[in-house]
Structures are given as structure tokens and as C-alpha cells.
Design a protein around this ligand. Structure first.
Ligand code: E4P
Length: 215
């Protein structure tokens, strides 16, 4: 299973990359707005830090506008994946971009039907937003299970990228289901390694190490 970080913050990306388990980056307009820097300049720097897929979202909502922006974004670096909103115009854009050999990530996916459509259109990645479903008392992980079943039934190559994750259990459940990728905010990534019994155990070992005769 691959790990992506969901941020446009260079310090967070560098720190996660230094952990040695980072495969890619997802960004979106909201994350980019927090950085108060030109988006494309930021994307170029991100692509220099992380060699894996870096999702860059279009701001346009019409087919032609999305295509134009997608081509500009894809020209920033070889590892750019263009994030396209899962609306009718987006579906058409995903197909057109697949025909041009530009890799896409279908974003804002909330239903199995949307996931099936974007796979048919040739999206390289599908991003179901689990946390936002949980936020409205729906079951985000249930959506992941349904999409995985559908994709396996028909051998779709589109990778399931679990998005809008909020806590380590989203990662554990995604891994148990066999999702291809999860994108996590920096604070979730840093929580993964932590366990109170590890800290208590290490403190005891270090205390006992002091009692071991030197020599
Ligand atoms: C995914 O690619 C999105 O950028 C992201 O996961 C959205 O997460 P949020 O629901 O926490 O904003």
C-alpha cells in the first residue's frame, strides 16, 4: 500500500519524505490557499522533493478550461497528476486527458457510481473522500469496500486513493481492505508510529540499561 501526504506545505512534505515511507502528494485549492504562494511555483518545488505522483487540481469547471489547465499543470513536471472534479464536464475531461496520455485523479468522489464512471473514462486514480462522509453520519469506509469490489469485478486499473482521511484507523481499515493508496494529513502520518506502551516499554528498558554493568 502506498502512502501519500495531503498538503501543499513544503516543510510537512520534507519531514514526511524524511520518514522514508512517502510515495506521493495530494494537493487541492484549499490546501494551496493556506500557503499564500503561487500554486504552480509551489507544485514545481513539491515535484522536486517527491519523485512520486503529485496531484495538482484544476480550478476550471468546464471541459475546455480543464483541458487547458491540465496541459499547463502537466508541463510543470513529469510526476504531476491532474486532479479533476467528478462532475459531468470533469468526466469528459478525464476521457480527453486519458486520450492525450495525461494522468488524472478523479476528486470529490462520494458514490460507487461516480467511481465506476471515472474508471471507465480512464482516470489513473479515484479519490473517495471518507472523512467527509463520516462527517455527515455516513460510512466512508463502506464506500471504499464497494469501489474495491466493483474495480476487482472488472479488472479496472484505476488505483483507489483513500482521501479525506482523519485518523490512523482510516489507514488500518484501508490496508485491510486492500486499497492501493491512502493520502493523509501530516498530523495523521506522525500519529502512526506512536503507541503509549512503546514509550512506557522504552523508558523501562532505558532505566534498566543504566543498571547493566559496563565493560
Ligand atoms: C484529497 O485529495 C483531498 O485533498 C483531501 O483528502 C480532502 O480532505 P479533507 O476532507 O480533510 O479536506
Amino acid at each position: 500500500m502506498k502512502f501519500f501526504i495531503d498538503t501543499a506545505n513544503l516543510d510537512e512534505i520534507k519531514s514526511a519524505a524524511a520518514m522514508g515511507v512517502l510515495d506521493g502528494v495530494t494537493t487541492n485549492p484549499s490546501l494551496a490557499a493556506r500557503e499564500k504562494r503561487p500554486y504552480r511555483e509551489l507544485l514545481k518545488e513539491i515535484c522536486e522533493i517527491v519523485p512520486g505522483p503529485v496531484s495538482a487540481e484544476v480550478f476550471a469547471t468546464d471541459h475546455d478550461g480543464m483541458l487547458k489547465e491540465a496541459e499547463e499543470l502537466a508541463a510543470i513536471a513529469d510526476n504531476i497528476v491532474v486532479k479533476i472534479p467528478t462532475i459531468l464536464e470533469g468526466l469528459k475531461a478525464i476521457r480527453s486527458l486519458a486520450d492525450k496520455g495525461i494522468s488524472t485523479n478523479a476528486t470529490l468522489v462520494f458514490s460507487p457510481a461516480q467511481a465506476l464512471l471515472v474508471a471507465r473514462a480512464g482516470a489513473a486514480f479515484v479519490s473517495p473522500f471518507v472523512g467527509r462522509l463520516d462527517d455527515i453520519s455516513s460510512d466512508g469506509m463502506d464506500l471504499i469496500g464497494r469501489i474495491l469490489t466493483i474495480y476487482r469485478n472488472y479488472d479496472f486499473e484505476t488505483e483507489v486513493l483513500v482521501a479525506s482521511s482523519r485518523h490512523p484507523m482510516h489507514l488500518v481499515e484501508s490496508a485491510m481492505m486492500g486499497a492501493d493508496i491512502i493520502t493523509m494529513p501530516y498530523d495523521v502520518i506522525t500519529k502512526l508510529i506512536k503507541h503509549p506502551l512503546t514509550d512506557i516499554g522504552l523508558a523501562k528498558f532505558l532505566a534498566d540499561a543504566e543498571k547493566v554493568p559496563k565493560g
